[in-house]
Design a protein around this ligand. Sequence first.
Ligand code: GSH
Ligand code: FE2
Length: 431
Amino acid sequence: MKSVKINDRLWVAAQPTQAEIAALADDGFAALVNSRPDGEEHDQPGNEVEKDAAKEADLAYRFVPVTVPTITRADVRAFQNALSNVDGRVFAHCKSGLRSLTLYALGEALDGRMTREEVVELGKTVGFDLSGAAAWLDRDAAQSPKVEAFFDPRTSSVQYVVADPATKRCAIIDPIFDFDEKSGATATTNADALLAFVEKEGLTVDWILDTHPHADHFSAAFYLKQKTGAPMAIGAHVIDVQKIWQKMYNWPDLETDGSQWDQLFSDGDTFRIGDLEARVMHSPGHTLASITYVVGDAAFVHDTMFMPDSGTARADFPGGSATALWSSIQAILRLPDATRIFTGHDYQPGGRHARWESTVAEEKRANSHIASMDEARFVPIRESRDKTLPMPKLILHALQINVRGGRLPDPESNGKRYLKFPLDALDGAVW
Ligand SMILES: N[C@@H](CCC(=O)N[C@@H](CS)C(=O)NCC(=O)O)C(=O)O
Ligand SMILES: [Fe+2]
């Protein structure tokens, strides 16, 4: 196996055998990073085998699988984290070492420690062709809008700040208000991180957007509206979702006219984020009210499709429909192939690093629930998979907050706020 020293911390290498992994600790390595998706070749050990071999050899292990044409910022940052979280030498491999080196070089370029030309030069010095990395940097520089993602590992959700670089105006999409169901504590750690980023980048918030009333976390839309003064918006069919949950919670006082938001968007509506035009697509299926925001070449598709290796969102919440979900996904896939797809969650299959960005072309080619599929096959597969999924652990907590735009219940006479749960109201109990 060929391995090349890049600096005092990092070696990049071709695929090692299990025996070679076993010897790494003796060679002074502290961590193994596998940047190779499973199943590329029949004799490749693969994620599970490498994870076990690393454990056996007392090496830290990280699975950051990529292909050069589909590398995203999340991949680059995950590779950087794999390096920075380890005290000692890191042995990073793919098939030849090129992908590992590309991830390293892109991180250096994104952080301003290397120019595009220096990246290409580094490749020549160590015997790799980094023209793919140079092309990635060219594409990244040309992209507008700028999208920054904030992953919440507690709920596997992704929050976004989407900004117009020319005017420094931005929108926040799907912000999270933290909640710990065991203690009943709330916090604003996620939302404050979004605000800190906005401030650091000198951005002005034009919009606080939700893609749908979430069932697995509280929305921080109302908190952020109070902090920034920006208007809150969601899909117009939130009214139908409010009606469902008004019944569920036996809550006659809940206003079911969407008046908790400043703007309700319908299919085809447009609005501006600085000089950028944003367009709304109604994308029902996961919920009745789900919408996709298309901003320039970026589509925020939330819980319709996920990363290609994760398939699609569930469609079994009250008001959900697998048939509607299929149609919504098809409409998104009619966007141009190069459209960047940003997902609402990532459940990290195989323990890989969190990823949330793909493209229309990539989803069509590789999403296991979408590629070579039609509605007649998709719907029963989705419905039978949904029957196996327990309800999200926060569904009953979250909906009573989120049908009011993220407002907590008013405090009672003792100053404390309380939630209310219906018993035996939802299907999907898993005992
Ligand atoms: N285990 C998670 C499940 C959350 C969940 O159901 N997520 C929805 C999106 S809100 C989904 O589509 N999940 C797909 C899946 O779990 O396969 C929880 O309890 O919060
Ligand atoms: Fe969802």
